[in-house]
Design a protein around this ligand. Structure first.
Ligand code: FRU
Length: 424
């Protein structure tokens, strides 16, 4: 398998590298990049369903948008099964951990609305059963298109395969709430190609998902970020000097890190409606560093491109590690070169005493970071846990040049609008 330079040599841009040397700078529990402890006494959005990845309604420029004063969020959602014999343990008690861990296989897109940007009311499922072509409805982005309330929901249709798709519908408001209508025809957009982006045939653990369309504030073209892995048969990737970076003596051994091949993908639209896309080489690769750079998204600030992506401890390669959380990179132009924020990339990680407290962070242009609660320890040793499946407290960060700082904490699931659109 070729190195980055050999592989993407003749393309319009070179992917930036998140190197092993960068990752060696990750410091868990640095207070400026660590999420405040989440209390085990958190409130739960719903006793009926688990929610995790949260996707606020926004416009194509990234602004979180309410409609007629109603905030709207989309969430990956799965029923809770407290009475299902399948989820009872040997003593007949509900095994919520197993139910929670199984959720990805039955993920469906739901929506919620609110007058206050918190205290979300359940709207229901976005697409009726049978509309989405695959079993799993995985993460993506809802975009408010116009004052008629039209919404393009980009998401990932998974099992069988993994396809970036979109479905168009409309948001309708009344004095009492919000409903989503339409969302009946799913259009497949693209899949991994095996040349730039790894396919299922090349690696059964491949990732290809989480579309995030946007308009480049500088060239005004329509693009889309997504999560991928660098193409090539599993195990064939090379972790060379470029991927290792400038490491101290004794840190040259890369172990089995060739199996970790995450990248942030990018595609450009050939049309204004975003129905026809061309994949481009990745913006950022993490070969030899990490196997997942999930839900990539941008904040455009001070003329710079702040690229954020979530990742896990368990997806790091041999010899490097870091907390579950959101990582970031900055560049002066869309195609880079990208530099890791705070030297390492880490922007907001879980504290080591509660390593799974939150995940799936989304950094919004107002500096607010939303995430969901995964599990919080309920005793000193961390052996007893409480499963979340609900919104975490929102965190405020300040982005300054190549650094970020945690500066505030807000209420659970606080996602205030940045602008309001009055529907015609
Ligand atoms: C992040 C994530 C996404 C994916 C979804 C599946 O939490 O892994 O990348 O779309 O969850 O449940």
């Amino acid at each position: 398998m070729k190195s980055n330079t050999e592989k993407f040599g003749k393309t319009p841009h070179q992917p930036s590298l998140w190197t092993r040397a960068d990752a060696l700078k990750v410091r868990a529990d640095d207070p400026t990049t660590t999420q405040p402890l989440v209390s085990a006494n958190f409130p739960v959005l719903s006793d009926e369903v688990f929610i995790w990845d949260t996707m606020p309604l926004r416009d194509i420029d990234g602004n979180i948008t309410s409609v007629d004063g109603w905030s709207v969020i989309f969430t990956l959602t799965a029923d809770r099964h407290p009475n299902d014999p399948q989820y009872l343990d040997q003593n007949g008690n509900y095994d919520i951990t197993r139910d929670w861990n199984d959720r990805h296989g039955r993920a469906k897109m739901y929506y919620w609305f609110s007058r206050t940007g918190k205290d979300w009311e359940l709207g229901g499922r976005v697409m009726a059963e049978g509309v989405s072509p695959t079993v799993r409805e995985w993460a993506g982005t809802p975009i408010l298109l116009n004052e008629q309330g039209e919404v393009d929901l980009y998401y990932t249709a998974v099992t069988p395969g993994a396809t970036i798709v979109k479905v168009r519908g409309r948001v309708v408001t009344t004095e009492h709430g919000v409903s989503l209508v339409g969302f009946e025809k799913v259009k497949p957009l693209f899949e991994a190609d095996g040349k730039m982006y790894q396919t299922e045939a090349q690696n059964a653990f491949w990732g290809f998902r989480d579309p995030w369309p946007f308009r480049d504030p500088k060239d005004s073209k329509l693009y889309m970020l997504f999560e991928g892995n660098v193409a090539g048969e599993r195990g064939s990737h090379k972790v060379g000097e470029a991927e290792v970076g400038d490491v101290p003596p004794g840190y040259e051994d890369v172990g089995n890190s060739r199996f970790q091949t995450a990248c942030v993908g990018i595609a450009v639209a050939r049309d204004e409606d975003g129905d026809d896309w061309e994949m481009l080489p990745p913006l950022l690769t993490a070969v030899g560093v990490n196997d997942q750079t999930e839900r990539p998204h941008f904040v455009f600030q001070d003329g710079k491109y702040y690229l954020f992506t979530i990742s896990h401890t368990f997806t790091y390669a041999d010899g490097v590690t870091g907390p579950d959380g959101v990582y970031g990179f900055v560049a002066d132009s869309l195609f880079g070169p990208y530099v890791p924020l705070n030297g390492s990339g880490l922007v907001l990680g879980n504290p080591s005493s509660q390593p799974f407290q939150t995940y799936s962070h989304c950094v919004m242009p107002n500096g607010l970071v939303t995430s969901f609660i995964d599990s919080v320890p309920t005793d000193e040793t961390g052996t007893q846990i409480r499963i979340g499946g609900t919104e975490a407290p929102t965190v405020g960060i300040k982005i300054k040049g190549q650094q970020t700082f945690v500066v505030a904490e807000y209420d659970y699931g606080y996602i205030p609008p940045m602008l309001d659109v009055t529907l015609k």
